[in-house]
Design a protein around this ligand. Structure first.
Ligand code: ADP
Ligand code: MG
Length: 450
């Protein structure tokens, strides 16, 4: 059994829904997980913000989401005139119901003048509630034996709204029992990204969390493979939308894929590989627009290619430099700095240290200002915003000085702010001003893969 996940771009309109259903049909009884339709999550979150002081705009946004889904359904079902009357009615009442729930949530936010993370999660999950139910209905209109599964029935998490952690033991049990109780050959279609906590509140697994849902379900059901279907033919040597010469990488190890995802390759959510690698389940990244293309296979194996595997980058990072005050001892100083970051759940991207100071590159996130204030108790704190990180992942382990020298030469004298190289992991990170990132990535990519 395979788990197939289709992202927002694959769920864009009725034509891509047809493509998704054709791919599903190629498998005996896959477990299907889908994201919200493209842009819907962003629109939902925008509506939540607007509800605080522009309630009319928020309701208009909800109406737009309503219209968009009705349109997809109508256009899709026009191809199935016999099934259309019954299925269209079912779909329409589901859309009405979910948008009414959304309007109620928006109304509450406006009334109380507060927007909690719990409310945000409930609102964000509506995108997947809509897409997964509607695709399951369209599947049956097209003659497939599909059934909708509410992710809240399987994905149990803690109550850390916005970035909830899954309870794997409960997920294993629930996924197993849902799958065992399906009719013979029935294909489950479930929304990714959201789950439910112990108290019954809707939670989400973090932005782009549908990949993670797929991996959790795949591990729970000991699937043969987890396939992430998207709009490009696998993981590339760099983002193909930014770098013309980027090409798909046939094979990556779990560790390499995780590093790439963590350092900005948005094709995969960074947590995706964890459940899969624990159960040794291969993850494949495939293209719905070119299903025959081999894509990328991610397994335990590290296959050296005599070069670097890929380059990735992220922008909107800050460099925080803390210089120890005389009163704090060296080891206390470092542990104090990292404890402060831990308490705010802020993951560190690049670190360099001297005896009395530490510089950290970190993605700009909520809570950073507060952290900076707290760090001031440890010493002098300097913050530089608008930086970015270039990461070279899967470097050959026997690279010599000339490798690093050549990479640096291709930065064309653009200033480096921080630099780290791990020979054991084969990773090289360069922190620069964010305006220097893309031109540098282009030159390094050309040098390594051109
Ligand atoms: P989905 O909606 O299927 O989840 P995403 O937009 O999240 O799709 O991810 C696919 C996109 O990731 C691609 O269109 C591509 O622009 C981007 N991307 C960034 N880095 C890479 C990379 N190294 N390889 C492939 N795609 C990448
Ligand atoms: Mg994605």
């Amino acid at each position: 059994m395979k788990v197939l996940k289709f992202g927002g771009t694959s769920m864009g309109d009725e034509q891509t829904w047809q493509q998704v259903l054709q791919i599903i049909q190629r498998y005996p009884q896959p477990f299907v997980i889908v994201s919200a339709t493209a842009r819907t999550t962003r629109q939902l979150l925008a509506a939540a913000e607007q509800a605080l002081n522009k309630i009319n705009s928020a309701h208009k946004q909800a109406e737009k989401i309503h219209t968009h889904h009705v349109e997809i359904i109508n256009n899709f079902l026009n191809n199935y005139p016999n099934a259309k009357p019954v299925i269209a009615k079912k779909c329409k009442s589901w859309i009405d119901k979910k948008i009414a729930e959304l309007d109620n949530l928006l109304h509450d936010i406006n009334k109380t003048q507060t927007l909690t993370l719990r409310q945000k999660d409930a609102i964000a999950s509506i995108g997947e509630h809509l897409s997964s139910y509607l695709l399951a209905q369209c599947g049956s209109a097209a003659g497939l034996q599909t059934t909708w599964i509410d992710a809240a029935k399987i994905i149990r998490t803690d109550s850390d709204f916005g970035q909830a952690s899954p309870d794997k033991e409960i997920i294993n049990k629930k996924a197993g029992s849902v799958f065992d109780n399906l009719g013979n050959g029935t294909i489950p279609i479930m929304g990714g990204y959201y789950g439910k906590d112990k108290q019954g509140n809707i939670t989400t697994l973090g932005f782009e969390g549908s990949d993670y849902s797929a991996s959790l379900v795949g591990a729970a059901l000991s699937a043969d493979a987890i396939e992430i279907w998207t709009d490009v033919s696998g993981i590339y040597t760099c983002d193909p939308r930014v770098i013309d010469g980027a090409r798909p990488i046939p094979q990556l190890s779990f560790q390499e894929a995780t590093e790439l995802a963590y350092f900005g390759a948005k094709v995969l959510h960074p947590s995706t590989t964890k459940p899969a690698s624990q159960k040794q389940i291969p993850v494949r990244v495939k293209n719905i627009f070119d299903p025959e293309a081999p894509g990328t296979e991610i397994t335990h194996q590290t296959v050296p290619n005599g070069n670097v595997k890929a380059i990735t980058y992220k922008k909107d990072c800050s460099i925080i430099t803390v210089t120890s005050s005389q009163t704090v001892m060296g080891y206390e100083f470092l542990s104090g700095v990292f404890d402060t970051l831990r308490l705010q759940h802020l993951p560190v991207d690049v670190v360099t240290t001297t005896e009395a100071s530490v510089s950290i590159a970190i993605e700009h996130k909520n809570g950073l200002e507060q952290t900076v204030e707290q760090l001031k108790s440890l010493g002098d704190v300097k913050v530089e915003t608008q930086n970015g990180i270039i990461s070279l992942v899967g470097c050959r382990k026997d690279y010599s000085q000339s490798f690093i020298k050549n990479i640096l030469a291709h930065l064309n004298n653009r200033p480096i702010k921080l630099f780290s190289y791990s020979r054991s992991k084969g990773n090289l990170n360069i922190v620069m001003h964010q305006d220097d990132i893309i031109p540098s990535v282009k030159l390094i990519h050309d040098h390594l893969f051109g």
